[in-house]
Ligand binder design. Sequence first.
Ligand code: F0G
Length: 482
Amino acid sequence: MGMVKFYKGGDMPLELHKVRVVQKLHLVPVERRLDAMKEAGFNTFRLGTKDVYLDMLTDSGTNAMSDNQLAAMMHADDAYAGSQSFERLQKAVEDVLGKKYLLPVHQGRAAENVICRTFVKPGNVIPMNYHFTTVLAHVTENGGKIEELLHDHAFQLKSDHPFKGNMDIDKLEKCIQENGVENIPFIRMEASTNLIGGQPFSLANLMDVRRIADKYGIMLVLDASLIGENAYLIKQREENWKENSMGEILKMMTGLADLVYFSARKLSSSRGGGICTNQKALYAKMEAMIPLYEGFLTYGGISVREIEAMAVGLRETLDESMICQSPSYIKYLVEELEKRGIPMVTPPGVLGAHVNAMEFCKHIPQEEYPAGALAAAFYICSGIRGMERGTMSSVRDEEGKEILADVELLRLAVPRRVFTLSQINYVIDRMTWLWDNRHLIGGLKFTYEPPVLRFFMGGLEPTSDWPSKLMDKFRKDFGDSL
Ligand code: F0G
């Protein structure tokens, strides 16, 4: 699906769509890129897209919309309460995710806010395969703490393990026994575990987690923001499910969870989010939070047009030829970079290609944010904006000491159906140049450090004049080319 064979061997990612609306991009000269990086405080989140050629920051809200999604937006039902658009969304959630009760929220972290405010009490522990930045912030905000229970092999960045997002069941049982059932309001499983490189869990593993949840009577919560891609990789990699449809796999996954939440910015290439369940009592516990924090129960802070796009996007998740597009580009990108000796997270996961910055920038201490430095350097030499996923995205402990991240990654997101293969080849070419010149990259330090989710708006500066030296080398090698 989405890959055909080259005549002389190897896989060629092939688009199963055509482009009908385009947007102009800007590739500004390297001198401007250096200035833009300085103005952005060496934080790619703070760059403006006027200075960005390929925006590989995230797939959140940046996947291409389909013609059917855009068409659906035109027959949205503007109503504060009881909108038919919401009914269509409810029906799509029931058909695709198999859950009857839906609470709409404005995006994924809003779902985390509602869930954590409802269920997390001070001193609670939330076991999870791995955290995402926003859920960590919400658990902590409510006085809880997280326990990350991935298998140790998940941190072997170069691997051929098909399911690095699996939870270690022995660790889970130990965690429950040590902390006490009464202190664990829920277990959280994240589909396509984002921060370790978009790595999926297997259905067999989710079934094991369910078995433990049942044994101890603990609720199981599934973060389904990237569930489509996780289901696709289950179909590709898990023997028992090869013959099943995407719909069957998706329903099997969500059927194992008591509560499912998602960011529609990722799941259905639109905006919004949701929390869904088949248990009326769980729904009732959270219901009052929606009008308080989000909006009325039939829009939850999302525009009705986006609700229509969400409904159609959810149904499109069942289409393997749509879901496979980003993972097949990522596979191509990772394999081509690997061939050139660049340390990549393998096997290729979803949502983006991930460069192992600790390996790429061995000479930069973790306290100087090697992944952040690599993101800045890559932008300067290419105009491509990636995202740091490492210690900059982590937090400090109570004494103000850095909690060093388990992995230091530069994520190059590949939003669905947005880039062309020649653009991906440009990524490969400029990353290869940077690899050959990696000794020129230096560290970063914070000059402005917000107390919560610091990576979003934080400002940094280089620890030496390395960015100018990198630019000079670029000019020397590329002449007057952009
Ligand atoms: N859960 C997962 C697994 C996510 O990847 C995200 C967002 C969220 C929850 C929060 O959703 O942004 O709609 O509030 N991930 C984006 C990313 C931000 O770039 O990976 P949100």
